[in-house]
Write a protein that binds this ligand. Structure first.
Ligand code: 6PG
Length: 268
């Protein structure tokens, strides 16, 4: 982790005034360096949270991109993270049981949770095995309300929310043109995604935008065009939901590899 300065000099950090909240864009040369930088960000956020509040709450992203990060956290960062003070949640989940190959929980369990000294009581997965997706969402909302001791109308403030972005600009399970983009009060919803012919369970925008820090991890050329649209073009946010993630009082970091950043002005 000491080579950060060297890696960063290869990366560019830019604050863009266009978006409502300042955003940091860090471009790393390789996917491996992207995941190392992401691991450093998790360790930094964890240490800060535990120092200031006695605990670290993190919502994990799904899909394939974070798997290498989870592996790194379970190996390189295994000894430096305060696992006993760390509480795991998920930003979204596919409507499948935790044993299913599509399960975001299963991916995190295999890549990290099964390899670190974390108590089962510190892991709050989305109960997506419930055939009633709306009931599963409601149950997870109650889990959040209880853990964060929320009053009615209050929103949980995560220390760190990890997000990915799909080639269509979706994030968590907030897909273009879906009803979930308009949710203003619920914390967790079952969002019907017509193109998948399935419901997805997902944290809502009020929760994502209440976080102290949101970090997007985006890797690969297949994300380059949509990334340019999300970060640099005036396209309708309804069609590129990642544009709607703008923490109100928090930090927004885009961690990119050079392939993903290849179409950004002055990047790649
Ligand atoms: C999911 C995710 C989703 C993911 C993007 C990117 O459940 O699929 O949470 O939002 O982050 O689809 O996925 P990849 O990392 O696989 O490209």
């Amino acid at each position: 982790m000491e080579r950060r300065a060297a890696r960063l000099s290869e990366a560019r950090v830019e604050r863009r005034s266009r978006l409502s909240s300042p955003v940091e864009i860090r471009v790393l040369t390789t996917p491996q360096e992207l995941f190392e930088m992401a691991a450093e960000e998790v360790v930094r956020a964890a240490k800060e949270a535990v120092a200031q509040r006695g605990r670290f709450t993190i919502a994990l992203s799904g899909g394939s991109t974070p798997q290498s990060l989870f592996n790194l956290l379970a190996t390189n960062a295994r000894t430096v993270l305060p696992w006993d003070r760390t509480f795991f949640f998920w930003g979204d989940e596919r409507h499948v049981p935790p044993t299913h190959s599509d399960s975001n929980y299963r991916m995190a369990e295999e890549a990290m949770l099964s390899k670190i000294p974390v108590a089962a009581g510190n892991v709050f997965r989305i109960p997506a095995e419930n055939p009633d997706a709306a009931a599963a969402a409601e149950a997870y909302e109650q889990t959040l309300r209880k853990f964060f001791q929320l009053e009615p109308g209050q929103v949980p403030v995560f220390d760190l929310i990890l997000l990915g972005m799909g080639p269509d600009g979706h994030t968590a399970s907030l897909f273009p043109g879906t009803a979930g983009l308009h949710e203003k009060s619920r914390l967790v919803i079952a969002n019907w995604v017509d193109k998948l012919k399935a419901s997805r369970l997902t944290l809502t925008l009020p929760v994502l935008n209440a976080a102290r820090c949101v970090a997007f991890l985006v890797s690969g050329t297949d994300k380059a065009a949509v990334l340019r649209t999300v970060l640099e073009e005036d396209a309708p946010a309804e069609q590129y939901p990642s544009k709607l993630v703008r923490p109100v009082n928090g930090k927004l970091i885009w961690l990119l590899d050079r392939a993903a950043a290849s179409e950004l002005k002055g990047k790649g």
